[in-house]
Design a protein around this ligand. Structure first.
Ligand SMILES: NC(=O)c1ccc[n+]([C@@H]2O[C@H](COP(=O)([O-])OP(=O)(O)OC[C@H]3O[C@@H](n4cnc5c(N)ncnc54)[C@H](OP(=O)(O)O)[C@@H]3O)[C@@H](O)[C@H]2O)c1
Length: 340
C-alpha cells in the first residue's frame, strides 16, 4: 500500500512517499480503508522531531487526523462494524476520566504511525464513528482541532448561553471554537491578522472582531467589547505575544484555555492579577473519546460544517504542509486518499 514516511532522518526533506505491506487486523482490532486526512500545526513540528523523544522513532507515518471506512474486523470486535465510517482518535488510549502520561503521550502521527497510509489497523477502542452529514474531508478534521476546541469550551469550560468568548486567529482550532461557542449561544469575539479573514468570521456569526496586527494592545478593547467586565473564556493559541493581552481581556473568575504557543512559548507575566482576579489558567491537550463522542453528537444534532479551506491529493502532502506553513489558510487543510 501507498504511504508517506519520515525516513532516515528528521527533516521535511526526509518526508517521502513509500510502500508498506497492507496490514491485517488481529483480535480486537479494526482495518480501516482511509478516505481523507487533515493537517494540524503539529504536523509541521513532527518532521523536525520538535517534540523530542515523544515524537517517536523512524520510519514514521506522519499526520494525526483522518477518516476511514471499517473494511474488516478482528475476533471479538463489538464497538464498530464493517462499513462504519470512523475517525482514528488522536489519543487512542484516552477514553475518558483523568489524563495521565500514557493517555496523553501515545498520539497518532508521532510517536504512533499516523494516517498517511491507504489502510490502518487500530484497536477498536481507538476509533469513533462520525456524523453522517459530513464529507470525508470535513470528518477528517475532527480528531485534533475540533476536539481541542470542544475540550476547552465544553468539557473543561462548561460554556453556557450568554457567555462571552474570545477566539484568537482563524486557524483550525479557532474556527471550531467560534462554531462551538455560537452553538452554545455565546457572544464571540475573534482576533485575526487579516481584515479579509475577519469579514469571513463575521459572516460565520462572530459578534465582534479585532485585527491583532493593527491593534497590538487589543486586550482592553476586547474587555470593553465584553461589556466592560471582560470575557468568560479565552481560547489562547498565541502564547508569548498574546497571553498578557488575554489577561487584560478576561473577566474576574474567567478561564483562559492554554492551547498553543504560535508566537513563542515563554513569557514574563505579572502573577498578582491572576491570583487577585481569580483567573483560571487551564492547559488543554486535545481530549478523550467520551468528549469526541459528545462532540460528534452535537455536530450531528446542529448540522455543523467544519470549515475546509483547501483539499490536496494524497501525493501532494509536501505542498499541503507548505500551504499550512504560509498561514494563508482559513480553517482546515485536507488531503484525499488514493481510495477516497
Ligand atoms: N493543546 C492542544 O491540544 C492543541 C491542539 C491543537 C493545536 N494546538 C496548538 O494550537 C495552535 C493552533 O493550532 P492550529 O492547528 O489551529 O493552527 P493553524 O490552523 O495553523 O492556525 C494558525 C492561525 O493562528 C493565528 N495566529 C498565529 N499567530 C497568532 C497570534 N500571535 N495571535 C493570534 N492568532 C495567531 C493565525 O490566524 P490569522 O491568520 O487569522 O491571523 C493563523 O492562521 C498551535 O500552536 C498548535 O500547536 C494545541
Amino acid at each position: 500500500m501507498k504511504v508517506w514516511e519520515i525516513r532516515d532522518d528528521w527533516s521535511m526533506e526526509h518526508l517521502v512517499p513509500g510502500e508498506r505491506a497492507k496490514p491485517a487486523p488481529g483480535p480486537g482490532q479494526v482495518l480501516l480503508r482511509m478516505k481523507a486526512a487533515s493537517l494540524n500545526f503539529r504536523d509541521l513540528v513532527v518532521p523536525k522531531r520538535g517534540y523530542g523523544a515523544l515524537t517517536g522513532t523512524l520510519p514514521l507515518i506522519p499526520i494525526s487526523d483522518g477518516v476511514g471506512i471499517v473494511e474488516a474486523v478482528g475476533e471479538g470486535v463489538r464497538r464498530v462494524a464493517v462499513g462504519d465510517r470512523v475517525c482514528p482518535l488522536f489519543m487512542p488510549h484516552f477514553h475518558g476520566g483523568e489524563p495521565n502520561a500514557e493517555r496523553l503521550t501515545r498520539t497518532l502521527g508521532g510517536p504512533i504511525d499516523g494516517v498517511m497510509a491507504e489502510w490502518m489497523v487500530l484497536d477498536e477502542g481507538g476509533v469513533s464513528r462520525v456524523p453522517g452529514h459530513l464529507t470525508d474531508e470535513q470528518a477528517a478534521t475532527l480528531p485534533c482541532a475540533a476536539l481541542t476546541a470542544w475540550t476547552a469550551l465544553v468539557t473543561c469550560g462548561a460554556i453556557k448561553a450568554g457567555d462571552r468568548v474570545l477566539v484568537q486567529g482563524t486557524g483550525g482550532v479557532s474556527l471550531f471554537a467560534l462554531q462551538f461557542a455560537r452553538m452554545a449561544g455565546a457572544h464571540v469575539i475573534v482576533t485575526s491578522s487579516s481584515d479579509e479573514k475577519l469579514e469571513r468570521v463575521k459572516a460565520m456569526g462572530a459578534d465582534a472582531v479585532v485585527n491583532y496586527r493593527s491593534v497590538p494592545e487589543w486586550g482592553k478593547i476586547v474587555r470593553e467589547m465584553a461589556g466592560g467586565e471582560g470575557v468568560d473564556h479565552v481560547v489562547e493559541v498565541g502564547g508569548e505575544q498574546t497571553l498578557n493581552q488575554s489577561l487584560r481581556a478576561i473577566r474576574i473568575g474567567g478561564t483562559i484555555s492554554l492551547i498553543g504557543v504560535l508566537s513563542g512559548g515563554s513569557l514574563d507575566v505579572k502573577l498578582g492579577p491572576i491570583v487577585t482576579r481569580h483567573v483560571r489558567l487551564q492547559g488543554i491537550t486535545v481530549g478523550h473519546r467520551d468528549g469526541f463522542e459528545a462532540m460528534a453528537r452535537a455536530i450531528g444534532q446542529h448540522g455543523l460544517l467544519p470549515v475546509v479551506d483547501r483539499v490536496f491529493e494524497f501525493g501532494e502532502l509536501r505542498e499541503a504542509l507548505a500551504y499550512l506553513a504560509s498561514g494563508r489558510h482559513f480553517g482546515k487543510i485536507c488531503l484525499r486518499h488514493p481510495q477516497g
